[in-house]
Write a protein that binds this ligand. Structure first.
Ligand SMILES: Nc1ncnc2c1ncn2[C@@H]1O[C@H](COP(=O)(O)OP(=O)(O)OP(=O)(O)O)[C@@H](O)[C@H]1O
Ligand SMILES: [Mg+2]
Length: 363
């Protein structure tokens, strides 16, 4: 277990800067998940920690010692990739023992470490099989086993589950959570999957164009985003974001606003910064689940025309195509199925909306 520290770390490929100088400290035993759009630099960041890519600037420290110039094998880290990269001609046992053999670990000790890891990962019955005789999930467990046997200070995962089908993903997600708990190891994990990020992370790092947009516990990023990018990126379906006009602040931590795309007038929107409400243009945000369906006779804030209803079984979503920035999405109670063209009224949950500047910063 080890603290991993990135100090002012940057990366350029030729003249192209892909990671802007950034600082990040991952505490011992933490599970940090890095998310962000394709090409934002997630893999590059992880590969620099692993030593597979050289940092163009800054320092990387593991357990207080500077590993910036060190070889991957000298850093005490182990990485699991999206493609398992197992040796096809070797058995599970040989695949898991290979790194240890290279490191000069004795045969008896190798055997013991492989067995222990195989037990943790429920691979004992597969030790003599070749990778092609395994399912995708089993192969990915072998890839993880290969890192466990080396008892690394830091585990690095680069989208380890993205090649698996939905059901296996769920299973492996739970296994990785268990593994983290059992080993108490430091893990840095890259994923595109919202659920993986929200459920596995002690903290999520949102990366965009090589810059950190926000770092925090999943619930904090969800409930208290710093900007429209994080607000739109964390959560599925995403937060509704629409142009708004701010009339004035009420001096009590609210701004009085209109949101034309929603037909919302003189709405009192909560502010993070009670002095922030300057009259002018802004962006209003509200999550689908915070648009609460109003029964007949109940008060409401907005009326939406139903274009499409998506029933996922556990959740029902209404899509309204009126907004010029895409549809407004609202969650409906189970069993409520308005027809296309029908109008439906919603209340906005108290305190559950957001206001941002036109440029995207939280107000
Ligand atoms: N060896 C390289 N040479 C030049 N450019 C590179 C190299 N490796 C990555 N890049 C560029 O750096 C940027 C970041 O790439 P990276 O692989 O880190 O993105 P990512 O966030 O992991 O994306 P994805 O989600 O698609 O895996 C991209 O624009 C990519 O094209
Ligand atoms: Mg990547």
């Amino acid at each position: 277990m080890a603290v991993t520290e990135l100090r002012n770390v940057s990366k350029s490929f030729g003249s192209v800067r892909v990671i802007e100088p950034l600082d990040l400290t991952v505490q011992s035993g933490e599970f940090v998940v890095i998310v962000g759009p394709s090409g934002c630099g997630k893999s590059t960041l992880l590969r620099m920690v692993a030593g597979l890519e050289t940092a163009s600037g800054g320092q990387i420290l593991i357990d207080g010692s500077d590993v910036t110039g060190k070889e991957p094998s000298e850093r005490g880290v182990a990485m699991v990739f999206q493609t398992y990269a197992l040796y096809p001609h070797m058995t599970v046992r040989e695949n898991m023992a290979f790194g240890l053999e290279m490191a000069g670990v004795s045969k008896a000790e190798r055997e013991q470490l492989v067995l222990k890891a195989a037990r943790t990962l429920q691979l004992e019955n597969y030790l003599d099989r070749k990778p092609k005789q395994l399912s995708g999930g089993q192969r990915q467990r072998v890839a993880i086993g290969r890192t466990i046997v080396r008892d690394p200070k830091v585990f690095l995962f680069d989208e380890p589950l993205s090649n698996l089908d939905a059901e296996l993903r769920v299973q492996m997600r739970l296994e990785i959570a268990k593994l983290h708990r059992e080993l108490g190891a430091t893990m840095i994990y890259v994923t595109h999957d919202q659920v993986e990020a929200m459920t596995l992370a002690t903290r999520i790092v949102v990366l965009r164009d090589g810059r950190i947009e926000q770092v925090g516990p999943p619930s904090e990023l969800y409930a208290d985003p710093d900007n429209t990018f994080v607000a739109g990126f964390i959560g599925s379906p995403r937060m509704n974001l629409m142009p708004a006009i701010v009339h004035a602040g009420d001096g009590e931590g609210h701004a009085v606003i209109d949101v034309p795309a929603m037909g919302l007038k003189a709405f009192s929107a909560p502010l993070r910064d009670r002095l922030a409400a300057l009259p002018g243009e802004a962006v209003f945000g509200v999550r689908p689940e915070d648009l609460v369906w109003a029964r007949d006779g109940e008060p409401s804030d907005i009326t939406l025309t139903c274009e499409i209803v998506e029933d996922l079984g556990s959740n029902v979503f209404l899509y309204n195509a009126a907004s010029r920035d895409g549809s407004i999405v609202a969650e409906l109670p189970r069993g409520v199925h308005p027809a296309p063209g029908e109008t439906v009224r919603f209340r906005i949950s108290d305190g559950a909306s957001y206001l941002f500047t036109e440029a995207g910063a939280r107000l």
